[in-house]
Design a protein around this ligand. Structure first.
Ligand code: NAI
Length: 254
């Protein structure tokens, strides 16, 4: 397909749902070849089906991002299928339970850190190795959050992991700038995806509260995050590296 990313090969983790799925569709619309990765095989298959139905190129690879070897195998599978790795979107994540810092369980802390931070680093590590080896630069985007930019009550592991993703992004951007490998983060605000389902099942009014907390007066749609990721991965953002871009309807400007 023609587009800003025509023929550019890459991968997305957490692409079986929400922001990852919507971003996969945007990347494919822009002409990219997409490896759709997730632990959710049914969701991943659905993403691939939607991309193919729209005339795009995609394939599914099962990957648990807490497994460093699986993250390496994901890169290898993308290169085997498409020839190289031009871009990657490290997006898989979980919310974790809601509890104040003093009440938070150690088990939950490690689980959230393992997926939301270690998983991003395992991915980035394998992707950087491949991009350096093949030469010619590349673009890596990871999903942080507004929770990577400001404190929020009631989710200490999530907030700490997302802040760490921003720090990791900035450091890697400096390290690989000379090789023209751009490393950025996207920081979504409140976005309507299945990650919110457990909280909304208990408190359906939360969706309005999230909208009210957003200066633009509404929650975001997953596609709106995907458009920002596509831009960051494209040559249009060729001089952009080391940023943590809020896509949040104005939340962190307040
Ligand atoms: P989602 O729940 O719709 O999608 C997350 C995907 O990650 C799911 O398909 C899930 O199966 C996958 N996943 C979970 N653990 C995994 C693992 N160990 N290995 C591989 N895949 C795994 O949620 P959403 O909202 O699309 O979340 C995507 C990212 O956006 C997450 O990093 C989340 O923290 C972040 N985010 C979401 C916001 C929102 O309001 N929805 C706001 C800010 C950030």
């Amino acid at each position: 397909m023609a587009g800003r990313l025509a023929g550019r090969c890459g991968l997305i983790t957490g692409a079986g749902s929400g922001i990852g799925q919507a971003t996969a569709l945007v990347m494919a619309r822009e002409g990219a070849k997409v490896t759709v990765a997730d632990v959710n095989e049914a969701g991943g298959a659905e993403t691939v089906e939607q991309i193919r139905a729209a005339g795009g190129e995609a394939r599914f690879v099962a990957c648990d991002v807490t497994d460093a070897e699986a993250c390496e195998a994901l890169v290898a599978a993308t290169v085997a299928a498409y020839g190289r790795l031009d871009w990657a979107f490290n997006n898989a994540g979980i919310a974790g339970p809601a509890a104040a810092t003093g009440e938070y369980s150690i088990k939950s802390w490690h689980r959230v850190m393992d997926i939301n931070l270690n998983g991003v680093w395992y991915g980035m590590r394998a992707q950087l190795q491949q991009m350096v080896k093949q030469g010619g630069g590349g673009a890596i985007v990871s999903t942080a959050s507004i929770a990577g930019l400001v404190g929020i009550r009631g989710g200490p592991a999530y907030i700490a992991a997302k802040h760490a993703v921003v720090g990791l992004t900035k450091s890697a951007a400096l390290e690989y700038a000379k090789q023209n490998i751009r490393v950025n983060a996207v920081c979504p605000g409140y976005t309507r995806t299945p990650i919110m389902d457990p909280a909304l099942a208990k408190r359906p009014d939360l969706i309005d509260r999230f909208g009210d907390r957003t200066p633009m007066g509404r929650v975001g749609q997953p596609r709106e995050i995907g458009e920002a990721v596509a831009w960051l991965c494209s040559d249009d953002a060729g001089f952009v590296t080391g940023i943590a871009l809020p896509v949040d309807g104005g939340v962190v400007a307040a």
